[in-house]
Write a protein that binds this ligand. Structure first.
Ligand code: ATP
Ligand code: MG
Length: 330
């Protein structure tokens, strides 16, 4: 069985962007692939090292978010990054194979550095694509379902794998080059209509939001600001709500698009319809979430058992990698 590795930083609750960008594919593919879900608490430190208490709390939030959308704990392996020592070891080895300049030029690193206001980057932040390469390769993953902000990182991982194999493989593939899997919505825009929906950006509809929260957030979302009166024709091309209809209400999207342009539907009605669609999508997630919120010790057991399995898999792979590098004693 081919393997998937994907996951999320434990920096807060997951949102609809995660769902359409990656979680939906995780659920769809869990029968076909041996699926590893990483709760990336070390990677979370790269931007949140001053708030470790938030990261700790977020472990359960992110785990329950993943379970709530339909990942089956009997099929997948969900583990905590900090519990898998193979990842830390591989990060050190890979760090020799990457130039600082190539990391500095990584477009996602640049965007995120700006977003966090860093001008003098920490070693850990600059190097997180390297530790992410270790996340992906410690279990020999084939496929990584991600949003499009992750594409430069997967490309970096592929380069490291190639360089490693060239240097140490003696004609054999020691480290597989992972492939990204993008969804139909590789970047869901945030409620502000500017940047991607992000859990650290305050522009998200969370999977754990109650019906009233969803309704209120949609109600205050940005639309075409030039449309003042209901009789004014709208421009759906610059409206966040229209973009959400395309994703969450695809069967009615075209119709609503035309109605907006012809002033046949007002923003209030259009938003109400969207909120209903989103609440309908999230309703079954809420039920599963309620179960796991009541049974947190089950979640803990799932993570601990997953981490144990990840360690077994990782230790074996690290041994092979070290042997290829001649880091061993006869
Ligand atoms: P943070 O702001 O803390 O980095 P994040 O919202 O970017 O949080 P991550 O944990 O970094 O979340 O990302 C987890 C996965 O979800 C990645 O594959 C990422 O590409 C995907 N993802 C996150 N936000 C979106 C989005 N708005 N649209 C599509 N995919 C997304
Ligand atoms: Mg991110």
């Amino acid at each position: 069985m081919k393997r998937i590795l994907t996951g999320d930083r434990t920096t807060g609750k997951l949102h609809l962007g995660h769902y359409v960008g990656s979680l939906q594919n995780r659920v769809k593919l869990q029968d076909e692939y041996d699926t590893f879900i990483i709760l990336a608490d070390i990677q979370a430190l790269t931007t949140h090292f001053e708030r470790p208490e938030l990261l700790n709390k977020s472990i359960y939030d992110v785990a329950i978010d993943n379970l709530s959308v339909g990942l089956d704990p009997n099929k997948i392996t969900m583990f905590l990054q900090s519990k898998v020592s193979a990842i830390a070891e591989l990060t050190v080895f890979y760090s020799m194979l990457v130039s600082v300049n190539s990391l500095r030029h990584n477009p996602t690193i640049k965007t995120e550095a700006k977003q966090y206001g860093y001008d003098d980057l920490s070693y850990g932040f600059l190097g997180y694509p390297v530790s992410q390469t270790a996340d992906i390769t410690f279990c020999d993953a084939d496929l990584v379902p991600v949003g499009d902000d992750q594409i430069p990182h997967i490309e970096q991982a592929r380069k490291i794998a190639r360089r490693f194999n060239d240097l140490y493989g003696k004609g054999k593939v020691i480290i597989k080059e992972p492939k990204p899997l993008l969804s139909n919505t590789p970047r869901l825009i945030g409620l502000d209509g500017n940047s991607k929906m992000g859990k650290s950006l305050g522009n998200a509809i969370y999977l754990s939001d109650a019906v009233e929260d969803v309704n209120a957030k949609i109600k205050s979302a940005a639309t075409d600001r030039n449309r003042i009166k209901i009789k004014d024709a709208g421009n759906p091309d610059i409206c966040t709500i229209s973009k959400y209809h395309e994703v969450f209400n695809p069967s009615e999207y075209k119709n609503i698009y035309e109605m907006c342009r012809n002033a046949d539907v007002g923003c209030v009605a259009c938003k109400k319809l969207l909120a209903e669609k989103i609440n309908c999508l999230v309703a079954p997630f809420r039920e599963t979430r309620a179960y796991y919120e009541e049974h947190k010790s089950e979640v803990r057991d799932i993570i601990l058992a997953g981490s144990e399995k990840a360690n077994m898999v990782g230790n074996k792979i690290v041994e092979d990698i070290k042997r290829a590098m001649n880091i061993h004693i006869e």
